[in-house]
Write a protein of this length. Structure first.
Length: 219
């Protein structure tokens, strides 16, 4: 089986957490609850929207709130954004080497399409696994196991990229060596969640040994 790279989306391929935090902060404030950046990182980031709203606003329709939240996010995103540094070059290298490429995300499909379109990478991935299509999302390993299966890849010959605790936990539980993206959490927090290491972006020298390992397995 060929090697594969599996990517989270928010905070990993596009620096979108600030937009998500703004929308959550506004929606919580409208309901009389003030939250800050630490609250977002510790209690919200990487979780499924339905679970978040059901926990904090049990008297409301969590699914409806989730839909409203994501519509606001897409409005703020707009039609154009920059991918995380080095990502297009990494995808080029992977394609040339014949590696599998997949997206594994808790984001709803409409967001996935909007974000990949905004960063100009909508046609670069063979497989896109969206948690809303599965019985369980991250931190359960099911989304990553599904990605491996659809790519025809094994965990032992794959590498995952994640920025949240729940995402790192999901990929690590699927048996995939996972590199944390330091877009919102620091190295120690990512490693505690299960990452094997961390990188600032896809130009980080720390990524090279992991890619070299996959290259050696390909030859």
């Amino acid at each position: 089986m060929r090697p594969a790279l599996l990517f989270d989306l928010d905070g990993t391929m596009i620096l979108s957490d600030g937009l998500h935090a703004e929308v959550f902060t506004a929606m919580f404030a409208e309901r009389g609850m003030e939250i800050d950046e630490a609250f977002y990182t510790d209690r919200i980031q990487g979780r499924l929207n339905d679970d978040i709203f059901a926990e904090f606003f049990p008297g409301e329709d969590a699914a409806r709130m989730a839909d409203a939240k994501e519509a606001r996010f897409r409005d703020r995103l707009g039609g154009r954004a920059e991918p995380v540094a080095g990502l297009p070059d990494l995808l080029d290298r992977a394609r040339s080497a014949g590696w599998g490429l997949g997206v594994v995300t808790n984001a709803p499909r409409a967001n996935v399409e909007a974000m990949l379109g905004a960063i100009g990478l909508a046609d670069r991935f063979e497989v896109i696994v969206v948690a809303e299509d599965l019985p369980r999302g991250k931190p359960d390993p099911l989304p990553y196991l599904t990605g491996l299966e659809r790519l025809g890849a094994t965990a032992a010959r794959s590498l995952a990229f994640e920025d949240s605790r729940s995402g790192v936990a999901a990929a690590a539980a699927a048996g995939i060596a996972t590199l944390g993206m330091r877009s919102s959490l620091d190295h120690d927090a990512l490693v505690r969640a299960g990452a094997r290491g961390s990188i600032a972006d896809f130009t980080d020298p720390g990524l090279a040994p992991w890619l070299d390992r996959l290259s050696q397995e390909t030859t």
